[in-house]
Write a protein that binds this ligand. Sequence first.
Ligand code: MN
Length: 241
Amino acid sequence: MAMTLFIADLHLCSEEPAITAGFLRFLAGTAREADALYILGDLFEAWIGDDDPEPLHRQIALAIKDLVDSGVPCFFIHGNRDFLLGKRFARLSGMTLLPEEKMVELYGRKILLLHGDTLCTDDHGYQAFRKKVHQPWLQWVFLALPLFIRKRVAARMRADSKASNSSKSMAIMDVNSHAVVDALERNDVQWMIHGHTHRPEIHSLCANGKPAFRCVLGAWHTQGSMIKVTENDVELIPFPF
Ligand SMILES: [Mn+2]
């Protein structure tokens, strides 16, 4: 049966081999039956440039390339952790990089795809940070720094973000309902799929004066999480590694 799969927030890193193993199994198994795979950000826990020689990156790129070569196109939207993932990794993995918001039509259903961090508008500190680090000139300067300096800067930024997030309330770190409705109405669409908040759920709401649905992917901590879109259904599915 025709289906398209969505995942996000795997946060792959060399310290979490079980998640990597689960993803490799997913790529070699379930994902092969899909018409396409969409990765909606935070595939990696951190990204400081496509030239990082971390062996995990190459291993993942080649596994995704295998899937793409088997006839399953793979698309990627950047997350807040891997927003610097670039063209070189995209070429190596065969993934197509998408803009931060992407409208797709699958089996007659229009769906807005995004990572989800742009919907968390109550987190003013994060939005200011995001605006800063998304400036092309700053990214260019950062990526031109030697790798060991980029590693230090990234470690410092992660520590700062951890410290500031620990004092933020759960509500501030969730999506803002106005931002959700605004995104749906701006794109004239009733369906949205995103990750980022690590709160897997399919929410019903109202947008454009009609019923609308916000589908949130789960993070891959102790199990996988995917959304399966078919002609008849949009399903949120947890599965063991
Ligand atoms: Mn995220």
